[in-house]
Design a protein. Structure first.
Length: 119
């Protein structure tokens, strides 16, 4: 069983920044792709960003491209999401997932962390 634990969410003003972290218990963390998704109230879970096993390839949704950056530290079994220039429409619960490939499927998920962008 793989456990993923997200942290770093909170309340931030528009234009502000947050960095989310996702710590994984997976022993072979460095062999797997990682992704970030988000779900706003009443909406489906949407893809935000993904990173391959080595960190050499990253992918972003158009809605966050240029504002968010995904990275990973395989020595710490942790993936990060740096979020800059936050907008109210970025408000959602953010989840990390892990899978064999960046395109999925993602077979394990964290419990989510709330991000609220509001003045």
């Amino acid at each position: 069983q793989v456990q993923l634990v997200e942290s770093g969410g909170g309340l931030v003003q528009p234009g502000g920044s947050l960095r989310l972290s996702c710590a994984a218990s997976r022993r072979t963390f460095s062999s797997y792709a990682m992704g970030w998704f988000r779900q706003a109230p009443g909406k489906e879970r949407d893809f935000i960003a993904a990173i391959n096993w080595s960190g050499g390839s990253t992918y972003y949704a158009d809605s966050v491209k240029g504002r968010f950056t995904i990275s990973r530290d395989n020595a710490k079994n942790t993936v990060y999401l740096q979020m800059n220039s936050l907008k109210p429409e970025d408000t959602a619960v953010y989840y990390c997932g892990t899978g064999r490939a960046t395109i999925g499927p993602y077979d394990y998920w964290g419990q989510g962390t709330q991000v609220t962008v509001s003045s």
